[in-house]
Design a protein around this ligand. Structure first.
Ligand SMILES: C[S@@+](CC[C@H](N)C(=O)[O-])C[C@H]1O[C@@H](n2cnc3c(N)ncnc32)[C@H](O)[C@@H]1O
Length: 240
């Protein structure tokens, strides 16, 4: 990883993510980097929905440069055999963690085309997404700052220390209305005043994401500085 102080961050990000599969384009990753790097409140970073570690690497780069922040990556990290095809040709998965099964993409399922193009080929080379993630984080020398949590955000919230604080949460998990509402409720337990939530795929084609943000964020008095940047929607928790 090139962390040279004089190398522009845009170029560092390009190099960092060049070979990492994922969906966040570099301009959106640059926005996430800036927010972490320039936000001077206390707290850690939570990423819900990590996949192979593309956005996590950029959050990790910013956290590493700051020197006192960790990135907790919450994901069910499905293996190939966890995915199944629905009757309408779309895909969902269910993962067993600690003896219980957790389903994802049950309401907002994954369309066949992106599944067959972007997801299925990965499992020809790797058993599970966690293997790709661990390889990515190791290669990018981010093991000290980027910490995986295999499970749901509910599980993470239950297991986090009582005094855990979050200054930025990047929400890129299940895109159904109920899931995003639940994610917001869990994040609100930890988000410090002045801290940020960034929603991926906001105000694009996912009605559940749009409605959850509208109901729980835009119509709430708890937030300000709401702004859509490309496909990501950023919002800050109001200071008292
Ligand atoms: C779009 S991918 C994340 C992409 C990643 N942020 C990036 O930029 O490369 C969505 C991820 O959310 C995870 N996911 C979906 N539903 C989940 C849930 N209920 N709990 C935890 N992770 C979930 C999936 O396993 C998948 O890795």
């Amino acid at each position: 990883m090139n962390s040279n102080k004089t190398t522009p961050v845009v170029n560092q990000i390009e190099n960092l993510v060049a070979t990492i599969p994922g969906w966040s384009p570099n301009d959106q990753l640059f926005a996430l980097f800036n927010l972490v790097f320039l936000t001077r409140t206390e707290g850690e970073i939570i990423e819900l929905g990590t996949w192979c570690g593309r956005s996590a690497s950029v959050l990790g780069l910013a956290a590493k440069l700051l020197g006192h922040t960790k990135v907790y990556c919450v994901d069910l990290f499905p293996a190939g055999e966890d995915w199944f095809k629905n009757a309408d040709g779309t895909y969902s998965f269910s993962v067993e963690v600690e003896g219980r099964r957790y389903g994802a993409y049950e309401d907002q399922t994954v369309w066949a085309e992106p599944f067959e193009r972007d997801i299925a080929p990965l499992y020809e080379k790797y058993h599970g997404v966690l293997d790709v993630f661990l390889e990515t984080i190791d290669k990018n020398e981010l093991k000290d700052v980027v910490i995986p949590f295999k499970g749901t955000l509910d599980m993470f919230a239950q297991q986090a220390p009582k005094d855990f604080k979050c200054k930025l949460a990047f929400v890129d998990g299940d895109h159904s209305y109920d899931a995003v509402c639940k994610d917001i409720a869990n994040i609100e337990r930890f988000l410090v005043p002045g801290g940020w939530i960034c929603f991926d795929d906001a105000f694009s084609v996912y009605d559940g994401v749009n409605k959850a943000i509208t109901d729980k964020i835009i119509n709430s008095t708890q937030y300000d500085l709401c702004q859509q940047l490309t496909r990501k929607f950023f919002v800050a928790r109001r200071k008292p």
